[in-house]
Design a protein. Structure first.
Length: 364
């Protein structure tokens, strides 16, 4: 949020009339893919220099500038109802944080017609950050490509080189993509994928990616969660995942169900390779996501008298949540959990939890 506010304030104070009115080399490059009369959305159009160029060539234009981004009030489909033949995104991704990048990519997909084209130009991380007074986050071409493919775009053109946007004494290494929308965003895994991952021993590398990605998405959207079950036991007793465990367990309060579902269905997990594979809608207490061969279970808790319940399990005494959460270190990261871990583990694992039991789940 600090980087975004900094950039918004920078561009609001910036005299855009001092920027060249000539269209960019990227606009000239993209034009052959467009036809007169087609609709184009220009995202963060700056001083409209490329917008005017496309309009002059007979395209029907809609455009908005950088100040219109608001992370606290993100709008589905950029708050637009109509569909476009083209979405144009030049020099935007490298001046916004990654979670807003996801928002741009997902919403560009949503507003495109089937078969529509998405044009991206951004600074590559193979170059250097210029010395000036606003935020830059250079882009990894492989990571961006993977996101686009996960959103069901097909690559039409891809390049990473210099000489694409020479300005004064600056010739940055740039990334260019032209991609075609080729179907809806796939957010759910298949039954075959679910069976293939079921009860596999946990892989610490892919599981950590799964957990940290989930943490980043929830943190960016102000959704608190906490470690529970075997993941908490491993973090507390072994300072890591239990080697014979088969999934990650986190808890959330039931009031966040709709918000979490909107993020899942919107593609905000899928863009990072996380697909949901198991759910229990009737009880509304469990959602599972998968990355490679690892799972993460989202357990949603409701308060029932002096306990918090998830499905049929009465797991936590009310004071362990109502009185706030405690922090626990896990692989060098801070995570939230219940505010009395020993009380939770004693109740949840009455047959004992202090001594590891090899190759089996702890019983409760």
């Amino acid at each position: 949020m600090e980087e975004v506010k900094y950039n918004i304030d920078f561009w609001k104070a910036f005299d855009k009339t001092k920027v060249t009115k000539e269209h960019s080399m990227f606009a000239e490059f993209c034009l052959p893919y467009m036809k007169k009369g087609e609709k184009l959305l220009d995202i963060c159009c700056g001083n409209f220099r490329d917008t005017y160029f496309f309009a002059d060539k007979g395209l029907i234009i809609d455009a908005f500038d950088y100040e219109d981004f608001n992370l606290e009030d993100k709008k589905l489909n950029f708050d637009l109802i109509e569909k476009f033949d083209h979405v144009y995104c030049r020099f935007i991704l490298h001046v916004i944080p990654e979670h807003l990048e996801d928002y741009v990519l997902i919403n560009a997909h949503n507003v495109l017609k089937e078969g529509g084209l998405f044009y991206i130009e951004a600074r590559s991380n193979k170059g250097e950050v210029p010395i000036n007074n606003h935020y830059r986050r250079l882009i990894d071409i492989e990571e961006l490509r993977n996101k686009l493919l996960r959103l069901n775009f097909k690559i039409v053109f891809e390049d990473e080189t210099k000489g694409l946007s020479v300005y004064n004494n600056e010739d940055p290494i740039l990334i260019r993509f032209i991609v075609r929308k080729s179907g809806e965003i796939r957010t759910r895994g298949t039954l075959r994928e679910e069976k293939a991952t079921y009860r596999n021993p946990i892989n610490s590398v892919s599981s950590m990616y799964l957990l940290l990605t989930t943490k980043q998405i929830f943190d960016d959207n102000n959704i608190p969660f906490f470690l529970v079950y075997g993941t908490l036991l491993g973090a507390y007793r072994e300072k890591g995942f239990i080697k014979h465990d088969t999934d990650i367990d986190i808890g959330l309060l039931d009031k966040y169900w709709e918000q979490v579902m909107a993020l899942i269905n919107g593609g905000y997990f899928a863009i990072h390779g996380l697909l949901y594979i198991r759910e229990e809608h009737k009880k509304r207490h469990l959602k599972a996501l998968q990355y490679k061969n690892d799972w993460i279970d989202f357990w949603f808790f409701k308060k029932a008298k002096e306990m918090y319940k998830s499905g049929r399990f009465y797991n936590m005494q009310a004071f362990q949540i109502d009185d706030g959460f405690s922090d626990i270190d896990f692989y060098g990261q801070k995570f939230k959990t219940v505010n009395n871990i020993k009380t939770y583990l004693d109740r949840h694992y009455p047959k004992g939890w202090k001594i590891p039991v090899k190759d089996t789940h702890a019983k409760f």
